[in-house]
Design a protein around this ligand. Sequence first.
Ligand SMILES: [Zn+2]
Ligand SMILES: [Zn+2]
Length: 267
Amino acid sequence: MAVSVSVLASGSRGNTAIVESSSTRILVDAGISCRETFKRVRALGGDPHSLSAIVITHEHADHVYGLGALARSLKVPIFMTGATHQAWVRSVRDATGEPPEVPKIEVFFPGRGFRIGDIEVRPFTIPHDAADPVGFALRAEGVKIGFVTDLGYVPASVCDHLRGSDVLILESNHDLEMLRGGPYPWSVKQRVMSRVGHLSNDKLAEFFARDYDGRAAFIVLAHLSEQNNHPEIARSAAEMALGHRRSLLENRVLLAKQSEALEPLRL
Ligand SMILES: [Zn+2]
Ligand SMILES: [Zn+2]
């Protein structure tokens, strides 16, 4: 088997995905419980104990909720930046009185690539209100996967890192009108809309129209807000911006879900 990508959960209640080559499987973020992660991996026919590492984008709870339990249960290392690690340890200590106990932390630096088995991981800085948030460009067996959720806007540096991706997993968080008219307090609305908040359907559409190279086979819209977005609104904004570039072989738009895993994308 070649490379596959499985988005197990995506949204403000938890994010986690698996990227898999012939010889290596890694978990990207660990935002749902260990038990639920195992359940979803098994539902796709996989074995959670074949995972070899966990890589983390940032310390917000919807990306690390199951992290400690998963790392202990799988006995695998966690890869994260030093600042993300410190922020995570602090939040676990504040919540439980004890720092998290995990087998091994491997610190990485945004902009500096590293390898896990035969998967090359290149982390890069994204604009979001966390300690040291990153997106990832992952490469294995000639396939490139661009992975970016939780960002207020798409800077030129992020466009550069995403260029040439065969699979794009991108945030399409909210519809601006739904957010403005929705139930969140004004302070939260401002945070979500800010340059270090979350990406709206419109801002993602702008990326597709202006900066996207049109190369991906699959585009997964991720981290959709359940309150302030609707899957079909997100889909139509993306499809309109992609326009004639959509075909049976290229730029197929899929929607990641909160409550169940997406069928694995195989490349
Ligand atoms: Zn976040
Ligand atoms: Zn998030």
